[in-house]
Write a protein that binds this ligand. Structure first.
Ligand SMILES: Nc1ncnc2c1ncn2[C@@H]1O[C@H](COP(=O)(O)OP(=O)(O)O)[C@@H](O)[C@H]1O
Ligand SMILES: [Mg+2]
Length: 302
């Protein structure tokens, strides 16, 4: 049987102008990703990983080229259509978790469901299910600052998965976690995505983590230089020990990177939608459902 390509990228470019100079963050990229696949995008810092992911997720416009996701040309969508695309098709997991500080775990996971016009009872039920799935049944009412990094990222995963997106994008999802928690989170993401036949695209600068993927895309200076099969058979325990001996790495702080920008955009979007009920971005039917849902009070208070 033909494998179904969920993502098709053709001749993709992203050029940033910095004064007189041009930075080719993506310099002609082509690939396909199939349904149910777990792909890792790896490469050194500044190679274009986040730019690529943000473009796939419809967070940034390409300078040139095509991105077809579920038969839709993403590069042809306007801002409003992109918001709808992200809401309907895509889940995002960030390095910095990006939970809303004033909402508890349950409310954070339920929030994207409210954008879909799902009523309070149904969205709380669904949010609870996903928090259980990531092993946080006892932390439903905890605020983000009352949870460890690993727990916060579990909430982030539950939030991304609760809307059952076709595709999940994760940008350095374990970048702020210790190596033991990193392995747990990775295994969890892989397991859930497998069970639900979802597609997972994960950016990492860690070559070892990348070997857990089905395929590894190596990117250098905005070009994919190599695509290889991952080592699915890799012994989990052995890899865990190897991970423990590795040093913790951190991205150099500096000006706002494109992943920080994407994270901020997402939070702003959520907060905006939270405040204004996202009415501008919802269809009429969704708006109607949402209004009804909202009449049943705040998320998570039952
Ligand atoms: N908003 C921006 N303005 C200018 N240059 C940018 C911007 N975002 C990214 N870049 C540049 O594009 C290149 C790729 O960045 P990025 O995709 O963030 O890399 P990675 O995620 O692999 O570390 C880098 O040279 C970076 O400096
Ligand atoms: Mg990055």
């Amino acid at each position: 049987m033909e494998r179904e390509a969920v993502i098709r990228v053709k001749d993709l470019y992203k050029v940033y102008r910095m004064g007189d100079t041009k930075v080719y963050a993506l310099n002609g990229v082509d690939f396909e990703i199939y349904r149910g696949e777990f792909c890792a995008i790896t490469g050194p810092s500044g190679s274009g990983k986040s730019t690529l992911l943000n473009m796939l997720a419809g967070l940034e416009h390409p300078s040139k080229g095509e991105i077809v996701i579920a038969k839709k040309h993403i590069e042809r969508l306007n801002e409003r259509q992109l918001v709808a695309f992200r809401r309907e098709r895509v889940g995002f997991i960030f390095q910095s978790y990006n939970l809303i500080a004033t909402l508890n775990a349950l409310e954070n996971v339920a929030l994207p469901l409210s954008f879909r016009g799902i009523g309070r009872t149904a969205r709380n039920k669904q949010a609870r299910q996903y928090l259980k799935l990531v092993g946080l049944e006892r932390f439903m009412k905890h605020m983000p600052n009352q949870m460890s990094g690993g727990q916060q990222q579990r909430v982030g995963i539950a939030r991304a998965l609760a809307v059952s997106p076709q595709i999940i994008f994760a940008d350095e999802p374990t970048g702020n976690l210790d190596s033991k928690t990193t392995m747990e989170i990775l295994r969890l993401m892989k397991k859930i995505v497998r069970e639900q036949n979802q597609t997972l695209v994960m950016v990492t600068h860690d070559n070892n983590l990348a070997t857990y993927a089905d395929r590894i895309f190596k990117i250098i200076d905005g070009k994919i230089v190599h695509i290889e099969e991952g080592h699915q058979e890799v012994d989990l325990l052995e890899a865990e020990q190897a991970a423990e001996t590795r040093e913790e790495t951190a991205e150099v702080p500096g000006r706002e990177t494109s992943d920080q920008k994407a994270a901020k955009k997402e939070t702003e979007e959520q907060e905006f939608a939270g405040k204004k009920a996202g009415a501008e971005n919802l269809t009429e039917q969704q708006t109607e459902d949402k209004r009804q849902g909202d009449q049943d009070e705040k998320v998570g208070e039952d």
